[in-house]
Ligand binder design. Structure first.
Ligand code: PMP
Ligand code: GLN
Length: 382
């Protein structure tokens, strides 16, 4: 058996969702909406399914979806993208992350990762035989430690993996922070894998800026989007990579060896989705912001220390103000078993030692009645 995989635990999202089912808990852990995505997107996929679009599509994606991805890059960020040569459709952002890392990393290369990190990053970097260099952001402010980031880059650096808007920190990187990262990427002549799955989920006027739009970054960035997040259809697992024509063939070869293609009917739906009008995208973030505000206000009322959420599906809270003296894992377990509400311990997103261990993540991509019911259960328990 592969030693690295044997040493990898079951993902926290599966563990906590199973515990939620076992105890009949309201699941504010794993980040998935409890409502469906836009009906025109779903109907387009259903029509394609019934219309014989059921065999292998082109390896890099349906032409209409690649065109829609290129169009979205231009519409939202002013990026000129060649749909035939600079877009690769993948089976979710999860595959895209792996494919992009595979495209550039050789064994022994170093890859800079920023904690807290999404749980697939570290195992994949290690499976490729590359060496992770971890840089830590700490709650409650999640400030970028610039000197430490600069020190993590060196002659062996081949890539940085950047997630903005960030899960679970819910931080949107600023133009100044991105410029600092861009300078390091240029100076060390390396690549950036940009996990931007929450690109359209930003709040309070925070604007997502792709690193790819900064000077010198067009040829060095692989920018990843996800239909799961952009259309509230997390089970669909349709992702898309935008990158320079010099990189795309390698990303495509990785994809060829991972899944080869992605269901054509779902791709058809996503192509329709990416062409939706601006009101859809504005409405997506506005609806989520209202949910964020509802849950954040409720958690603050209950005594949680509520951290700022600039983007994503998640609110991170400090449980110490509640008088909790145990760690985040014991809190989440007790919350699920006793209060019947499930959340995710933030230590799950740290790999290094001495992680901050009294922060807990709640997903707010749920109906108002569900958020209110979860708050009521917690109020009775606390
Ligand atoms: N990156 C981040 C930061 C995520 O939170 C997630 C979870 N949805 C993914 C990637 C995976 O996206 P997908 O479901 O499209 O594979
Ligand atoms: N991205 C989701 C989260 O952070 C979960 C995805 C998964 O279950 N792997 O909650």
């Amino acid at each position: 058996q592969n030693d690295l995989l044997s040493a990898t635990g079951t993902t926290i999202f599966t563990v906590m969702s199973a515990l939620a089912v076992e105890h009949g808990a309201i699941n504010l852990g794993q980040g998935f909406p409890d409502y469906d995505g836009p009906s025109d997107v779903i109907h387009s996929a259903a029509a394609a399914l019934l219309d014989g679009r059921n065999q292998y599509p082109p390896m890099t994606g349906l032409p209409e979806l690649r065109a829609a991805v290129a169009h979205a890059n231009k519409r939202f960020y002013g990026l000129e993208v060649d749909p035939a040569r600079e877009v690769v459709v993948t089976s979710g952002a999860t595959e895209a992350i792996t494919a992009c890392l595979m495209a550039v990393l050789n064994p022994g290369d170093e890859c800079v990762l920023i904690e807290p990190l999404y749980d697939t990053y570290l195992p994949v970097v290690k499976l490729l035989g590359a060496v992770p260099k971890l840089v830590r952001l700490s709650p409650p402010k999640w400030e970028l430690p610039r000197a430490e980031l600069a020190a993590a880059f060196g002659p062996k650096t081949k890539a940085i993996l950047l997630n903005t808007p960030m899960n679970p920190a819910s931080k949107v990187f600023t133009a100044a922070e991105l410029a600092f990262i861009a300078e390091l990427v240029t100076r060390h002549d390396c690549y950036a894998v940009c996990d931007e799955v929450y690109e359209h989920l930003t709040f309070d006027g925070w604007q997502h800026i792709p690193l790819m739009t900064l000077p010198g970054m067009r040829e060095r960035c692989m920018r990843i989007g996800s239909a799961g997040k952009t259309f509230s259809l997390t089970g669909w697992k349709v992702g898309y990579v935008t990158c320079d024509a010099s990189l795309a063939p390698n990303v495509a070869k990785a994809h060829q060896n991972l899944t080869f293609t992605t269901p054509p009917n779902l791709q058809r739906g996503v192509a329709v989705g990416l062409m939706k009008d601006d009101a859809y995208f504005a409405g997506l973030s506005a609806h989520l912001q209202a949910k964020r505000d509802r849950l954040a206000a409720g958690l603050a009322r209950l005594g949680f220390g509520v951290l700022q959420t600039q983007g994503s599906y998640f609110i991170t809270t400090d449980v110490r103000p509640l008088g909790w003296t145990g760690d985040d894992v014991s809190f989440c377990r007790a919350l699920t078993v006793e209060a019947k509400v499930t959340a995710i311990p933030v230590t799950a997103f740290y790999a290094g030692p001495d992680a901050p261990n009294h922060y807990v993540r709640f997903a707010f991509c749920k109906g108002e009645a569900v958020l209110d019911a979860a708050l009521e259960r917690m109020e009775r328990w606390l």
